[in-house]
Design a protein around this ligand. Structure first.
Ligand code: ATP
Length: 260
């Protein structure tokens, strides 16, 4: 799927494939992702969604095919390198430091981003500036009241919000979210969804989500990609894709799904 203006994709995969022994978990997936667009990747359990994410963010090496970021071939680069190049991923709470406070967690992310700035633009921030920036990201996720709390003491929802603050502080061009509302209470879900919508409204990020909850998909998606048995079987605007027989079949497992 391409925007009308023919812009260069910020992230793209070509025939991206990974095999685990004889099992093809991601099977020749070709897709372009554009700045200002939020794409949700859906599909039944075991369809290959998380594995596709892992191939894009560099947690897993591809068996074949390519990944490009802003035109650069990053297929052979590891996850850390891809992060510095602009791929940010909110894991399910694995990138938080539980024994540090909320503000310290965000400050570290701001600092790591500033160090990158030092290399690229000769910019350096003083401690006060780092803290001020960290406060800014905490405000964006409505966590400023918990700034002095240790992460280990936060509710699940607050941890997820902190994760988003850290992701924002890293200022990635591509933001990847694995089921951002998983395990949240009903009152926490709208806060995180509103946050993602806010980022989306700024229109300068490429946002990718893996999501099971169809109400979340409906609320956020500009575009939906459907994976089934590792292959891309549908790709388009939400109304088209949700209405398609392919999605019904992929979710309900009825009938045979034709790969596109
Ligand atoms: N490291 C691995 N080694 C072997 N098989 C794997 C590995 N990682 C994933 N798989 C297999 O690849 C397939 C796709 O898994 P994946 O977790 O990507 O699916 P998913 O669509 O994210 O599923 P879910 O919605 O349940 O999270 C599954 O059959 C899974 O068992």
């Amino acid at each position: 799927m391409k925007p009308n203006d023919g812009a260069t994709p910020s992230l793209s995969t070509r025939d991206l494939t990974i095999r685990f022994g004889g099992h093809v978990a991601v099977d020749r997936v070709t897709a372009d992702f554009f700045s200002g667009t939020l794409t949700v990747i859906v599909g039944p359990n075991g369809a290959g969604k998380t594995t596709y994410f892992n191939l894009m963010s560099g947690q897993l090496p591809a068996s074949s095919g390519t990944v490009h970021l802003g035109g650069a071939d990053i297929t052979r680069l590891g996850a850390a390198r891809r992060t510095t190049m602009g791929i940010g991923r909110a894991f399910q709470l694995t990138n938080l430091f539980p024994n540090l406070t909320v503000i310290e967690n965000v400050r570290l992310a701001v600092q790591s981003r500033a160090r990158l700035g030092l290399n690229m633009f000769s910019v350096w921030f003083g401690h006060q500036e780092l803290i001020a920036r960290a406060e800014h990201y905490l405000e964006r996720v409505a966590l400023q009241e918990r700034r002095a709390s240790y992460v280990a003491a936060l509710s699940h929802g607050d941890k997820r919000k902190l994760e988003v603050a850290i992701l924002l502080a890293l200022e990635p061009s591509v933001m990847m979210f694995d089921e951002p509302t998983a395990g949240m209470s009903v009152d926490e879900v709208p806060v995180v969804l509103e946050l993602i919508e806010q980022v989306k409204r700024e229109r300068n990020k490429t946002i990718l989500l893996v999501e099971h909850k169809m109400d979340v998909v409906r609320q956020l998606a500009d575009r939906i990609i459907v994976l089934h048995n590792g292959a891309l079987v549908a790709d388009g605007n939400p109304a088209e894709v949700m209405a398609s027989a392919i999605v019904q079949e992929a979710y309900l497992g009825t009938g045979s799904v034709q790969h596109v």
